[in-house]
Design a protein around this ligand. Structure first.
Ligand code: 5GP
Length: 120
């Protein structure tokens, strides 16, 4: 279950150009920029351009073109950041239990160091 989309959320504002972001990639489906509080040497966020609250909302409602474009963009962003060789970690928090803070779907890309084994 997802909340209705809130056009005032911070990533919607970044998409509209109302507040700045350190952008690294943009195409028809996705925008990527540096996280404002990086948790790793490389910490990027990739967001779809459509108005989707979360992974749940996106996976249920987005078109195949939007989903395909977004997934390709995540891989492209990681490659362009030079992470594909040594590897990286993807994370999408969803909803309350997932501790999602910004209600516009975003995938985190973490890289540039060794991460611990993932624990739920
Ligand atoms: P969540 O917990 O929703 O998965 O992650 C939200 C992420 O957005 C956090 O890592 C946080 O640092 C980042 N963030 C929050 N506000 C801004 C902002 O205004 N600009 C950027 N670039 N990142 C933000």
């Amino acid at each position: 279950a997802s909340l209705p989309y809130d056009d005032a959320n911070i990533f919607a504002r970044i998409l509209r150009g109302e507040i700045p972001a350190k952008k690294v990639y943009e195409d028809a489906y996705a925008l990527a920029f540096h996280d404002i509080a990086p948790q790793a040497p490389v910490h990027l966020l990739v967001i779809p351009k459509g108005r989707y609250v979360s992974w749940d909302d996106f996976s249920a409602k987005a078109s195949d073109a939007e989903i395909g474009g977004f997934v390709r963009a995540v891989g492209q962003v990681a490659r362009e950041a030079g992470l594909a060789g040594d590897g990286y970690r993807l994370l999408a928090n969803m909803g309350e239990h997932g501790h999602q803070e910004v209600p516009h779907l975003h995938v985190h890309i973490f890289g540039g160091r060794q991460f611990l084994a993932m624990l739920p």
